[in-house]
Design a protein around this ligand. Sequence first.
Ligand code: BJW
Length: 232
Amino acid sequence: MGQGNIVILTGAGISAESGLGTFRDEDGLWARHAIEDVATPEGFARDPGLVHAFYNARRAQAAAATPNPAHAALARLEAGYPGEVLIITQNIDDLHKRAGSRNVLHMHGTLAGALCHACDHRWTAPPEMTAEAPCPACSAAATRPDVVWFGEIPYGAEVIDAALATASTFVSIGTSGQVYPAAAYAQHCHRLGAHTVELNLEPSRGARDFNERAYGPASEVVPAWVDRLLGA
Ligand code: BJW
């Protein structure tokens, strides 16, 4: 077993078997909601009530969900692997943390966060967020979910760049590879000489950038990959 750093990128597919919808699958969130209405700053400016309703429903759904064997396997990897393991998740649910992973970076924000778009103050989101709720710091009625929409800058770019530069293994799990900058990470690591692994239901858009691939439900392929790596 190698001891280099492992960077793991996760997407909606890892939480699918916990009952949380993906975005781009046939029955995914984008089949029922227009991206430009609920996942852009312009959509929020047009109809904050609609956007809050979308995220309030997802917050309730995520709170009722439980981590599945794929989340548990990644927590086991972090505990048992001698090198560093960093999970960069595009997901806004907290299932990695609830499964026991500690080194988790939420590049697209979290459902647990509220953000004032007047003064940038951040606080813990209530279960039901409304645009009218005053910001605890500046009192403006400018509350939004602390998530990253299209056209906004993802969180943690510096930490991510440093981790990708030193990764000996890069693993992509449950993501379609259609949203940047995350979609570029595999090719970047591949070019730098890292061992790249894709674990997904089906080949993603960037499948050629992976040295190793296993396709199937995350609850099966992720624990199997972790067991092999840990020599279990
Ligand atoms: C299973 C499974 C099972 C199912 N087991 N697998 C370069 C080129 C072109 C465009 C751009 C570019 N750079 C930037 C852009 C613009 C834009 C972009 O990417 N547009 C594309 C449409 C082309 N990107 C941005 O605007 C980003 N900002 C940015 O780039 O700023 C510039 C900058 C970057 C860095 C430094 C400085 C400046 C922001 C993107 C924000 C995305 N936001 C969302 C919403 C977040 C909040 C929320 O959750 O509502 O993020 S959109 C949505 O897509 C969400 C997801 O995190 C993201 C990715 O989706 P994901 O996770 O891949 O889900 P799916 O549904 O697509 O795929 C699921 C996969 O799982 C599938 O493959 C299934 O097969 C699989 N699966 N069941 C295993 N059981």
